[in-house]
Write a protein that binds this ligand. Structure first.
Ligand SMILES: [Zn+2]
Ligand SMILES: [Zn+2]
Length: 161
């Protein structure tokens, strides 16, 4: 028995058993006997408008649904077609970063300052009182000028300043 030969029940009248392949035609006739039926929209295609009572039948056969289902199936099942075409398969060096090591005690700022000690870095204090910040900035400037002697500056300025 083919799909079209399956017998399904008319949504307007349970007494109507109709061949699946004929249902579309049958519905247009039954619809006329229910002119006041509440209308509904297809969730897959807003141009599909039909009496709400036909929703179940419509969703079974909606061609837009078939397109969307196929799309998701392909999305979930296939490999990225760009893979290999854009250099993603290049051998990367092993990751040196260990995120656990970053979870050291003390503030992030301390860590940054520690790392910046011997570099040309201008450090700002986040959240410090204004005067303290000012003094600190001044000191940093001095230090910055000292280490900057004859070297190319590598400056990180906190956006707060
Ligand atoms: Zn019917
Ligand atoms: Zn539809």
């Amino acid at each position: 028995m083919s799909e079209a030969e399956k017998i399904i029940t008319c949504p307007y009248n349970r007494a109507h058993s109709v061949l699946k392949g004929r249902m579309q035609f049958h519905l247009t006739r039954c619809r006329k006997q229910h002119p006041c039926a509440e209308m509904g929209f297809c969730p897959y295609n807003s141009t599909h408008i039909f009496p709400k009572i036909e929703t179940e039948f419509h969703l079974e056969h909606c061609d837009s649904r078939i397109i969307i289902d196929t799309f998701f199936y392909q999305m979930g099942d296939s490999e990225c077609s760009a893979k290999g075409a854009c250099g993603l398969n290049v051998d990367l060096p092993p990751c040196q970063e260990n995120w656990d090591d970053d979870m050291i005690e003390g503030s992030v700022l301390d860590t940054v300052k520690e790392n910046a000690k011997d570099k040309n870095v201008l450090i700002g204090i986040v959240g410090a009182p204004k005067a303290e910040r000012k003094a600190h900035r001044f000191q940093e400037r001095l230090r910055f000028q000292r280490v900057n002697d004859g070297e190319i500056a590598q400056v990180i300025i906190h956006s707060l300043f």
